[in-house]
Design a protein around this ligand. Structure first.
Ligand SMILES: C[S@@+](CC[C@H](N)C(=O)[O-])C[C@H]1O[C@@H](n2cnc3c(N)ncnc32)[C@H](O)[C@@H]1O
Length: 423
């Protein structure tokens, strides 16, 4: 075995010991916490990975890679069951403690028939476990010994039409964390391991202008439980990425990024107040645009993206947005939000949305034609049905299409609207 491989094994062993001690995340017994995210949401996966149509002629195979204490097994497993999609769900993680918790919670939640594998992702072999249509890799790439090696291994497990959803830490938004990690290691000496108590003592003593205190993503510091605190400051192998790092890693791994999500966070014009630069931003390729959006904001502490084997280019959603049979599928908003917006045609409405780990407020004002579209959303209408409805209310074709486009742009940008196509 080469020195690199030995070193990789040593890192993986330390990460494994860490997650055996601190299975992540600490979740309440019972159902999953919250509404999930765009990488474990079926409507988002169908849209971004499968261009709107899930594989239907065989079971859909899904791998939750580095599944931790089971949040995605529960959410995605329950969604696949509810959609009555034939499927096979596999969970893999280094930590047997995490796998035990995941299995117990998933079974209690009614998600059965999951295969649980304990071991490194880098040892998974398509000959033994087959290929997958979707792999979720949430918060894992930050801790593996060599991200390119892991991505290459996982891309080798994908079917030709499959894809992967990755959450990686964002370098800029984690400003302040890494000096604290290094300080705790130095304080613990070469043989010692930093402890939760040491971390709390150290953090309590930081001056008010330390970045850890100023970074808004870390404002929850005083309330962190031991597991969350350990994950943030004691992880033995932790790195964060910028957009272009991730694109380069994917390329080595035989993957191409299809979309960073939610789209609005990665549309640089939205974050650049000087309109004189907008044309230049629009002229850039998608990765540079996403990179510019990250630099403009300076605060993204996670990146979520979908990627697929390099040969498969991303579909042009604007084309399928014009297909009459395409459905508009809303996500993560209560139905009354749509009726509230619809009733307030012409006036600004504020909607609180949770994404990127933060709550942000979307302020929208929709014209009467657009408000009609919004009112239809809970029924997951086809584009054809929306157009018909608008025609009946006196809007011509151009007005109808423009209304659909604007509603689409507003909600898709914040990850709350996806497209699905009839199989
Ligand atoms: C931060 S946790 C994320 C857990 C879960 N994906 C979630 O979002 O709730 C990282 C997980 O990745 C697992 N992990 C890290 N490196 C791994 C590797 N090389 N192979 C398998 N699992 C790994 C850890 O054991 C841990 O459960």
């Amino acid at each position: 075995m080469s020195d690199d491989a030995d070193q990789g094994d040593a890192v993986t062993a330390r990460v494994r010991a860490f997650y055996r001690r601190f299975p992540y995340p600490r979740l309440p017994e019972g159902g999953p916490a919250g509404i999930g995210h765009l990488l474990n949401d079926l409507s988002s996966i169908r849209h971004h990975v499968f261009d709107g149509t899930m594989p239907a002629n065989r079971p859909v195979r899904v791998l939750i890679a580095g599944g931790g204490t089971g949040q995605s097994v529960m959410l995605l497993g329950a969604a696949l069951q509810a959609a009555k999609l034939r499927h096979e769900l596999v969970y893999a993680d280094l930590s047997e403690e995490s796998a035990t918790i995941a299995r117990r919670r998933a079974e209690a939640y009614g998600v059965q028939d999951v295969r649980y594998i304990v071991g490194p992702l880098e040892a998974l072999d398509a000959e033994q476990i087959g290929r997958f249509d979707y792999i979720e890799l949430y918060g894992v790439i930050n801790h593996v010994a060599d991200p390119a090696v892991t991505l290459r291994r996982l891309s080798g497990l994908l079917t030709d039409e499959g894809g992967i959803g990755v959450m990686a830490y964002g370098a800029l938004g984690r400003t302040g964390i890494y000096p604290v990690q290094k300080a705790l290691r130095l304080l613990s000496g070469p043989e010692g391991e930093p402890t939760v108590d040491l971390a709390r003592t150290f953090l309590n003593g930081l001056p008010a202008d330390n970045w850890v205190r100023k970074n808004p993503h870390l404002a929850d510091l005083p309330n962190l439980d031991d597991v969350e605190l350990a994950d943030r400051f004691l992880n033995p192998n932790d790195r964060a990425f910028e957009v272009r790092d991730l694109a380069a890693l994917c390329a080595i791994g035989g993957l191409a990024i299809r979309a960073f999500v939610p789209a609005g966070l990665y549309a640089p014009e939205r974050h650049c107040r000087d309109a004189a630069l907008h044309d230049r931003l629009r002229g850039m390729n998608p990765i540079d645009r996403a990179q510019m959006a990250e630099w403009l904001q300076g605060t993204l502490h996670v990146h979520e993206f979908f990627a697929a084997p390099t040969a498969r280019a991303a579909a042009d959603m604007i084309v399928w947005l014009s297909e009459e049979t395409t459905r508009l599928v809303p996500r993560a908003l209560k139905a009354d939000v749509f009726s509230q917006i619809s009733a307030a045609a012409g006036q600004a409405v504020e909607i609180d949305l949770k994404f990127g780990g933060m709550t942000r407020t979307l302020r929208v004002a929709f014209e009467p034609s657009e408000a009609i579209v919004v009112g239809l959303l809970p029924e997951q209408p086809t584009i054809g049905r929306v157009i018909e409805t608008l025609h009946r209310q006196g809007f011509d074709n151009a007005a109808a299409v423009a209304a659909i486009r604007r509603v689409w742009d507003a909600f898709h940008a914040v990850g709350t609207l996806h497209l699905a196509r009839e199989p």
